[in-house]
Ligand binder design. Structure first.
Ligand code: NAP
Length: 253
């Protein structure tokens, strides 16, 4: 009797460029089945190649149930470096399900010569730092973080995000709905044109949105850089798609 082994299935927790690149890398292969998961936050997300599911799992326990019900062999947490809750849930669910977990995290940005970075450990701390740094702030911290700046008075904000932020928002602001990649030239023109005197960003890393840092350097502007939350302890981490694909090879052999 010939026993046909099922194709091993892996789950990519996504919502990032790296997650899409990994899915694209793996979908063409016959020896592995890939399902990507999106939170469903963005109104028109960039869809990964292959199978996709959208929406929360209902916590770590829900994710563990989903992993069991779909016979998932391995999980790659390729979510955004600031998506801390889903990363915690992934660590707990993978441990409970006895399924291997890898974190795929792009490298953090590091300051270069001429940069004037001011480190913050949270968006709230970043908001407290702003009055000492300027009056016209360029906020590039995503839609969900804008409310942390609602209490900053006597300041004007240029807020750039993919979808509109909810209330509360800063009282004086211009909303720019856009998504990267951006060029340094365009970023410089934008900051100069709006008279921006401070850039506020999370240390997301990656190339597609790094041009704002070049722009701030060229213009001599201070940057409030919000540090990333830590990856849950004990989770193996790689910084590139190739490394993640090699890990998948080992797990699905
Ligand atoms: P979060 O705070 O870490 O997660 C909150 C909840 O959203 C999770 O508990 C989970 O709900 C659900 N969730 C998050 N990512 C999910 C995924 N890939 N698939 C299914 N459910 C998911 O996450 P967040 O900061 O709101 O980010 C949401 C998504 O947007 C992430 O997938 C992330 O990669 C992407 N993103 C985030 C940022 C950022 O700055 N935070 C930037 C760019 C892209 P349940 O508990 O119900 O399972």
């Amino acid at each position: 009797m010939v026993v046909v082994k099922p194709t091993p299935r892996v789950l990519i927790l996504g919502g990032t460029t790296e997650a899409r690149r990994l899915a694209e890398h793996l979908v063409g292969r016959a020896d592995v089945e890939v399902v990507s998961s999106l939170a469903g936050r963005v109104a028109s997300p960039r869809m990964p190649a292959g199978q996709v599911r959208v929406g929360g799992f209902a916590g770590a326990a829900g994710l563990a149930r989903w992993i069991g019900a779909h016979d998932i062999r391995a999980v790659i947490d390729a979510t955004h470096p600031f998506a801390a809750q889903i990363s915690r849930n992934a660590a707990a669910a993978a441990a409970a399900s006895h399924v291997p977990l890898l974190a795929l995290r792009r490298r953090a940005w590091v300051p270069a010569g001429g940069d004037r970075w001011h480190g913050a450990t949270s968006l709230e701390e970043a908001a407290h730092m702003l009055p000492a740094l300027g009056r016209r702030h360029f906020l590039t911290i995503g839609r969900q973080g804008v409310s942390s700046f609602a209490g900053v008075r006597r300041a004007w904000f240029l807020v750039r995000c993919i979808d509109p932020p909810q209330e509360p928002r800063p009282p004086r602001m211009e909303l720019l709905l856009d998504r990267g990649p951006y060029s340094a030239e365009a970023e410089i023109a934008l900051m100069r044109g709006r008279g921006v005197d401070t850039l506020v960003t999370k240390n997301s890393g990656g190339e597609s949105t790094a041009a704002k840092l070049v722009g701030a350097r060229e213009l001599g502007l201070p940057v409030v850089m919000v540090a990333r939350p830590a990856t849950p302890g004990g989770v193996l981490e790689v910084s590139d798609v190739q490394g993640a694909a090699e890990w998948v090879d080992v797990q699905t052999r």
